[in-house]
Design a binder for this molecule. Structure first.
Ligand code: CP3
Length: 361
C-alpha cells in the first residue's frame, strides 16, 4: 500500500518545467509539446500490452497504468506525461457499468434515465477511484522528474452525455433533451458530477499530479446559450473549488487546462473562468484565437489537426512552423486539436516533437 502523503515529499525534483512555465505565463526555454491520447493505440507497444490486459484492468492496476503512461515518454522527447485512465471512470465509480468494446468504444449498457437517476451512488465515489491516485503516485516516482504529470477528468456536460446516451453519439439528442425538457434534473445531475469531479482532481493533486486538464469533448454540440447555462457555471465552480480545497489542504496550487472542444462560440467567456490554459481544436485559426483572447490572462494549447500527422514529413514540418508562427511563442503549448488517431504514423509524432523543439523562441 502506497502511503500518499509520506511518499509525496520524496518525489524527485522536476528537471523539465517548460510546460508548467508556459501554463503559468512565464517564459520557457523552448516551446512545450505533448499530445492528447499520447498513450494509446497508435503505439505498437501499447497494442502488444493490450493483448494481455483489458482496458479497465490497465486503468485499475497502478503498475500497469504507470507502465503505459511511460510508453510515449520513453519513445519521444515530450514535455509532459498524462496518467493513463479514462474520463468514464467517474460514471463507473457512481455505479454505472462501462464496457470498452473493440472497434466501437465505450458502451454503458444501462444508460441514465429519469427513473434510475436516484440510483447514482455518490457516497464514496472518490474513494472508489483511489487506484487513480495510486497510479499517479507511482508514476511520479518512476518519471524521476523527467517531465510533469497531468491528472485529468471529464467535464460535467461531457460525462452527462455519455451517461445518458450510453456511449458516444453524433447528436447527443437524448442528453440535450434533458437540457430542454428537464432542466432542473439536468442541473441536479451536473451539480452531482461537479462535486465528484472537484474531489476527484484534488485527490489526484494530493497523489502527485502537477497539472490538471478538464476534457469537455462534447461541448461542440451545445451553443452559447446552452453552454452559458449548463457548461460554464460548473466549470467555474470546479476551478474555484479546486483552488480553495488545495489551499485548505495546504497543497501547492497547480495550473488547470480547460479543453472545451468546439466551444469557439464562447472562447472569450472560457477565459474568465480562472483556468490558466485553454485548449483549442483545429477549426479556429490561431490569429482568430489570439484576437478572441486579447487582453485575457491565459495560455493557449493546441491546435494541429490530428490528420496533419498523415501528411508527408516536409508538409508536416511546414504546417507546424506555420501554426507556431501564427500563435506566437508567448503563452503557448503545442498540442493537437484533439486526441491522436490510432492509425497515426509513429514517425510523424517524432517529427512534430523535433520540429517544435528546434524552433528558437
Ligand atoms: O494518453 C492519454 O491521453 C491518457 C489516456 C486517456 C484515454 N482516454 C485512454 C483511452 C485520456 C486522457 C482519455 C480521455 C477520454 N476518454 C476522452 C476525452 C478526450 C477526447 O478524446 O475527447 C473521452 C471522450 C474518452 C472516452 C473514450 N474512451 C472514448 C470515446 C474511447 C473510444 C475512442 C478511442 O479513442 O478509442 C475511449 C477508449 C480509450 N481511452 C482508449 C484509450 C487508450 C482506447 C481503448 C482501447 O485501448 O481499447
Amino acid at each position: 500500500v502506497i502511503k500518499l502523503r509520506e511518499t509525496m515529499s520524496a518525489f524527485p525534483p522536476l528537471k523539465n518545467d517548460r510546460l508548467l512555465r508556459a501554463a503559468r505565463g512565464e517564459v520557457p526555454d523552448k516551446l512545450p509539446v505533448w499530445v492528447m491520447r499520447q498513450a494509446g493505440r497508435y503505439l505498437p507497444e501499447f497494442m502488444e500490452f493490450r493483448k494481455d490486459h483489458s482496458f479497465f484492468e490497465i486503468c485499475q492496476t497502478p503498475q500497469l497504468a504507470c507502465e503505459v503512461t511511460l510508453m510515449p515518454i520513453k519513445r519521444y522527447d515530450l514535455d509532459a506525461a498524462i496518467i493513463f485512465s479514462d474520463i468514464l471512470v467517474i460514471p463507473q465509480a457512481l455505479g454505472m457499468v462501462v464496457e470498452m468494446k473493440a472497434g466501437i468504444g465505450p458502451v454503458l449498457p444501462e444508460p441514465l434515465t429519469l427513473e434510475n437517476f436516484h440510483e447514482l451512488n455518490k457516497t464514496g465515489a472518490v474513494d472508489r477511484l483511489k487506484y487513480v491516485g495510486e497510479a499517479i503516485t507511482l508514476t511520479r516516482h518512476k518519471l524521476d522528474g523527467k517531465v510533469p504529470l497531468f491528472g485529468f477528468s471529464g467535464a460535467p456536460w461531457t460525462l452527462m452525455g455519455y451517461m445518458i446516451e450510453g456511449g458516444g453519439s453524433k447528436t447527443l439528442s437524448k442528453a440535450k433533451k434533458w437540457l430542454y425538457a428537464y432542466p432542473k434534473i439536468a442541473h441536479k445531475l451536473l451539480e452531482l458530477l461537479t462535486e465528484v469531479i472537484i474531489d476527484y482532481v484534488v485527490m489526484q493533486v494530493e497523489a502527485g499530479a502537477q497539472i490538471l486538464q478538464i476534457f469537455d469533448s462534447n461541448a461542440d454540440l451545445l451553443n452559447k446559450e446552452l453552454y452559458t447555462k449548463f457548461g460554464l457555471p460548473y466549470l467555474k465552480k470546479i476551478r474555484d473549488s479546486v483552488r480553495l480545497k488545495l489551499n485548505q489542504k495546504k497543497l501547492e496550487q497547480v495550473p488547470m487546462v480547460l479543453f472545451a472542444k468546439g466551444a469557439h462560440y464562447c472562447l472569450a467567456e472560457q477565459a474568465d473562468l480562472g483556468y490558466e490554459v485553454l485548449g483549442v481544436d483545429w477549426t479556429l485559426e490561431p490569429q482568430v484565437v489570439r484576437t478572441l483572447l486579447k487582453g485575457k490572462n491565459v495560455t493557449v494549447q493546441g491546435n494541429l489537426d490530428p490528420c496533419a500527422l498523415y501528411a508527408p514529413k516536409e508538409e508536416l514540418i511546414a504546417l507546424v512552423h506555420k501554426m507556431v508562427e501564427e500563435f506566437g511563442s508567448q503563452r503557448y503549448i503545442v498540442n493537437l486539436g484533439h486526441g491522436i488517431y490510432p492509425d497515426a504514423p509513429t514517425e510523424s509524432l517524432q517529427t512534430l516533437v523535433e520540429t517544435v523543439h528546434n524552433i528558437t523562441i
